[in-house]
Design a protein around this ligand. Sequence first.
Ligand SMILES: Cc1cc2nc3c(=O)[nH]c(=O)nc-3n(C[C@H](O)[C@H](O)[C@H](O)COP(=O)(O)OP(=O)(O)OC[C@H]3O[C@@H](n4cnc5c(N)ncnc54)[C@H](O)[C@@H]3O)c2cc1C
Length: 806
Amino acid sequence: MRKEARAVVIGGGVIGCSILYHLTKLGWSDVLLLERDELTSGSTWHAAANIHGLHDNTNISRLQHYTMALYKELEKETGQGCGVFQPGSLYLAQTEEREHQLRLQAAKARLYGMKFFEISIEEARRLHPLVNFEGVRCVMYEPEGGNVDPSGVTNAYAVAARQRGAEIHRFTPVTATEQQGDGSWIVSTPKGEIRTQWIVNAAGLWGREVAALAGVELPLIPTEHQYFVTERIAEVAALDRRLPSVSDRDGEYYLRQEGDGLLIGAYEKSMKFWAEEGTPLDFAHDLFPDDLERIEENVMRAIERVPCLGEAGIKRVINGPMIWSPDSNVLMGPVPELEGYFCCNGIIPGFSQSGGIGLMAAQWIVEGEPRYDLFPWDLARFGSWATPAFTRARVADQYSHRFAIHFPNEERSAGRPLRTRPLYEQQKAMGAVFGLNAGWEHPLWFAATPGTEDTNGFTRQNWWEPVGEECRMLRERAGIIDISNFAKYLCKGPRAAEWLNAIFANHMPREAGHTCLTPLIGKRGGIAGDFTVTRLSDEEFLIFGSGMAERYHSRFFKQVPLPDGTEFTSVTEKLCGFNVAGPLSRRLLQELTETSLENEDFPFMKSRKITLAGVEVLALRLSFTGDLGWELYCRQEDQVQLYQALLKAGETFGAGPVGSRALMSLRLEKGYGSWSRDFGPEYWPHEVGLDHLCRTEKSFLNRDAATAVLAMAKREELFLLHLEEEDVARSNADATGGEPIFRKGEAIGRVTSGAYGYSVKMSLALGFVRNAGPGDQVEVMVLGRPHRATILAEPPFDAEGKRLRG
Ligand SMILES: Cc1cc2nc3c(=O)[nH]c(=O)nc-3n(C[C@H](O)[C@H](O)[C@H](O)COP(=O)(O)OP(=O)(O)OC[C@H]3O[C@@H](n4cnc5c(N)ncnc54)[C@H](O)[C@@H]3O)c2cc1C
């Protein structure tokens, strides 16, 4: 066994082997994988190993397609069979919502050149004569859907990695991982120690235990999961071809051919956790006793759909463990608090995703950043706030709703409330409907009746009208928005300005009371973040960023050493914030302070510490609503007092509370982009209109990458689009993000966020388009159907910025 390796992968399941293979493919041949038992000894060996391409998230879809194509390549490369069967998959829609979901996915497939399209019921019946199509509204067909052989695939990755120089050691458990003073790691096994720069935790069911060796806690919890295979079914055996698999997600089961019988698996409502306190170290190639009663309801639905199943005997039952994260997506990426420690844990559809996960992990490790925006997979989306109780509640919810549709704007209630501010109870009593952001509860909108909850769907829902009222109130008078969930940081010290200038792309404000907007640039020159920085004094700055990205951004802040005597700390928990905006906001606030808020005394983009209703606040003259407004930050202890004073003063002006859903609509009227939706590491500064904030004449983090991309032509560009009212009225739906954009039948882009602009009475969307510009007529595939739209030259609200600066 080597004594040194560039990377040590812990775990020889399908994921560890794929990462090892992809590391070698990117040129790292001195890498090593350690497996405590045989390869495939965790969840991998007993998987049903179905493969699918489509996912609601576009990047995940692209990675699943990459994975499906890779298996055949691997077979060619290694000669090792992967048992790839691709008889296709039929996706059935029984409800209107499912139909919307599938149509949208089919439209996305056209945009990305994937095969997923509608077929007639007759065609579907011809492909799968054993299915009863009664009650099915539409069918989509994915010709490349199918299944693979789990150990064949795992071994193919292993063979290919070995051929490219990697070492694999079976029966070699990792017993300790210790970081050294120089940042390298010593990995201990009974067969000796290895020194490495990178540890990759791909220990599957034991991901928690391996992470704990390095002091890392992962929000993961295993559950049982069952499928069974039937005896020979005459009708199946009689066919001279393999049947496509059946994705009847409304029925909450999966079904495909296995030999001359069928395989049926289910995510049941009465799910069962396993090994909550820790996965036993002596568990390997083990299964649990059969418990088919638990999945009986799902199986009955499968029998209704495929009646011959009802007569079949059961040949084999598999009840095995799989390990889940709170949102059922993989937890991957470098652990922000450690150097050289990469996790890749909690993967549910391992066979649909193994290639994509391996590729992204290898790019991240070797090249410093994956090529796709992977925030939905990044482990940094959770922090220590994701407690075991929260994880347990969310996993129970995820498991039992595995095949449920996750609607745009949907907020699931499991495990909440978790993190609340002092105002929470009062806002609740005022009718606030809350959303979850980095664990925090924050008001999305205010319902007339306290206790109201969101309804969910792809069309306009119960919040649509009330949010409109909030928007109109703010645009006509004023509104008070709780913005406490922004991330907030304090940078203090004699060299604070120097350090911030070395991090951020824009020049930091040179004088106290001045504020700037600035991008943070990623390794590949894309937009890793957008921040507001205000200078409080010579040596003190307050910085505001995306709340949910706080842990993600901590990776970037670590990359430039803090000068001696300078501190950088998160004050997200300590500070609360309100945005008071709208044409009457100045008069409203002036009632509460002696400080003059007149334009000449308090101009746009300036900040001051002021006293409002007896509370010390930092006031910033800016607003994401695009209107006249101030952001006000106070100590958490003062939150209630300040809010009550604002509401009271607001009464005189007809102003009241506004939620963040209204904010998302208001900022679209002004064409403002938002991080993780319209801004992200895949997008170059000039593609999103932030190039003027990248001051390449100075040095900053990843400046060379920014300079390089800025020298290249835009690949596509972010524009605001106006959707034709008639089309929108017909579908009763606005764009929400992800919808493809076509022009004369050609796919030219996609929506990144959408909303109705209530004050301008326009259905709006921000989206990227290629070779198109203002005035062009395009089609946006809302609900998967074409909606005529025009690319706008300027935002419909206050294009000249008179309100903002007034
Ligand atoms: C019943 C069932 C059906 C499924 N069906 C499908 C399906 O149809 N399609 C699909 O895509 N997915 C399916 N899955 C999920 C799939 O099996 C998993 O996503 C996948 O196997 C996860 O692989 P992994 O490599 O992350 O983890 P694992 O397979 O758990 O591998 C982890 C490996 O790490 C090793 N290890 C642990 N600790 C150490 C240590 N200290 N030192 C060295 N090695 C260590 C273990 O021995 C193990 O081999 C199914 C799962 C179950 C349970």
